[in-house]
Design a protein around this ligand. Structure first.
Ligand SMILES: Nc1ncnc2c1ncn2[C@@H]1O[C@H](COP(=O)(O)OP(=O)(O)OP(=O)(O)O)[C@@H](O)[C@H]1O
Ligand SMILES: [Mg+2]
Length: 299
């Protein structure tokens, strides 16, 4: 079942073409990862979905309703964590959490106290004194204390330390288990890999890749580290083999996943002494999309 769908979503800021026809679909009960380099259009997409920005062209629906016209109604079922969390400076963290949760109508019982404890958050201080990470905690605690059907999270962990990052991941798993849906934009590819069922990669306002991680891995390369009894002089020229490095009789190279079978058969004819393989990572895949684009590995 689809909970969120955009089609041909387009946003121009004057001459800046931030979105050029974005199509994404989030299904019920899934965690959907939204990744792309700085300025790719992630926040713009999410802000249109929340009815904060109006699209120039195209269509976006959540729970079958239009995100712009039905924004007020939709907000009761959506929890949002913005990339830049701005809070009321004179209210305490605890007051802001309560305000956010009330605005969404309906809280998950006892969640507020549990999350304050898990995130090691002091809710009694005035918001003006919180650090970036602590402001993010306010938004996260409010979001996960809310009884929402869809959680829209814009780089929610950029200011969190590794321990808190783990608490965040547990929160996402928990709402997923309750059958809720999550749209998560992130720069942290290991986080996306761990949490997301499906992923879309956006670049210059266009989706360039979308699918399950398993489907995407199919397009990627596995790294092999092999030692053979006899040298393999023609390895570099073999179909599907890339980046061969030879060191003291060991070969380290990458193989296209669909050629793995053939390549293993080939190297076994040289008498394999040792073989180690490292699975393809989302990072490899992501980087390959940016090879030669001048993006310089900025994720
Ligand atoms: N208010 C605005 N006026 C003009 N251009 C804007 C405005 N907001 C965003 N842009 C431009 O739109 C494009 C997409 O920006 P957006 O914030 O959606 O990127 P992002 O993927 O969220 O990036 P980041 O990873 O840095 O958060 C960028 O080129 C940005 O400069
Ligand atoms: Mg952003």
């Amino acid at each position: 079942m689809t909970v969120l769908r955009t089609s041909n979503l387009t946003k121009h800021y004057g001459k800046v073409k931030a979105l050029n026809g974005v199509d994404i679909e989030v299904r019920k009960g899934e965690v959907f990862g939204f990744i792309g380099p700085n300025g790719a259009g992630k926040s713009t997409t999410l802000r249109i979905l929340l009815g904060i920005l109006k699209a120039t062209k195209g269509d976006a629906q959540i729970f079958g309703k239009d995100v712009w016209h039905d924004a007020v109604e939709l907000h009761k079922r959506i929890a949002y964590v913005p990339g830049d969390v701005n809070l009321w400076p004179n209210l305490t963290g605890g007051e802001v959490i309560d305000l956010f949760v009330k605005m969404r109508g309906g809280s998950r019982t006892k969640k507020r106290e549990e999350l304050i404890h898990k995130f090691q958050f002091d809710p009694s201080k005035k918001c003006r004194s919180y650090s970036k990470g602590n402001r993010q905690k306010v938004a996260l605690i409010a979001a996960f204390s809310s009884d929402a059907d869809l959680y829209i999270l814009d780089e929610p962990t950029s200011g969190l330390d590794p321990l808190m990052e783990r608490v965040f991941q547990e929160c996402v798993m928990e709402v997923k288990q309750e059958g809720k849906s999550v749209l998560l934009s992130s720069h942290i590819l290991s986080e996306v890999e761990r949490l997301c069922d499906r992923v879309a990669i956006i670049r210059e306002g266009k989706i360039i890749e979308t699918g399950s991680l398993a489907e995407m891995r199919h397009l990627t390369r596995t790294t092999l580290n092999v030692e053979t009894k006899e040298p393999m002089p023609d390895l570099t020229g073999h179909d599907g083999v890339h980046n061969v490095e030879e060191k003291e009789g060991a070969y380290v190279f990458q193989v296209d996943s669909e050629k793995l079978d053939e390549v293993i058969a080939y190297i076994s004819s040289f008498g394999v002494v040792k073989i180690e393989s490292a699975p393809p990572t989302l990072e490899d895949l992501f980087m390959r999309h940016y090879e030669g684009t001048g993006a310089g590995g900025v994720v």
